[in-house]
Design a protein. Sequence first.
Length: 219
Amino acid sequence: MEWRLNSLDIVGYQNKPVPNTFIAQPNGAKHLGIILPGYRYPVEMPPLHYAGRILLEGGADLLRVEYAYYGTDFLKHPASEQDQWIASDVMAACEGGLSYRSYEKITLVGKSLGTLAMGHLLAGSRFQKAACIWLTPLLTVEWLPSRIEQTRPRSLFVIGTADKFYQPDLLERLELITGGRSLVLEGVNHALEIPGDISQSLSVLKQMVSAFQEFLGKV
């Protein structure tokens, strides 16, 4: 299968371009997958790469939003402005993706900062029926769990026990409310790795890929 790769002309916060890659199925698609990376965790990192590949091989078009806030003064701004910046960029990007053709299904995959982007998208009516994969969700950011509880998207949560954002009681509640499932990875950090153990880190990646395949096979 040869997918068509291009980028969409997207203007986001303060009229600045939002880098992206759009991968289209040559024979059309009714499903759009959207990849939202972390602050220093780009779309090429293995968990996001394989989630995208599974979506493509399942017949979806794929929008990879490639904001690179680490190369800007993003962190020097107050949290409220950071939220506005993220929300403006991802909403513009996703509306651009959705305008490519008519889609019946949307899947959001976000990592860390990308889970905040997902939360902003869920405030829009077009995204409230999206399937969601939350990789290391920032559960200590108070408004994010509240948004998930309000919208109740079909969800897969992936997080390690060595991640400072791991909140087992809250995670259990969100899993129950969304009717979703959690993949809790013992000893895994926020980078979704086990420091100093490449073999075990690869085993963790394999677990994640299996969970993605199972979840996305039902989307």
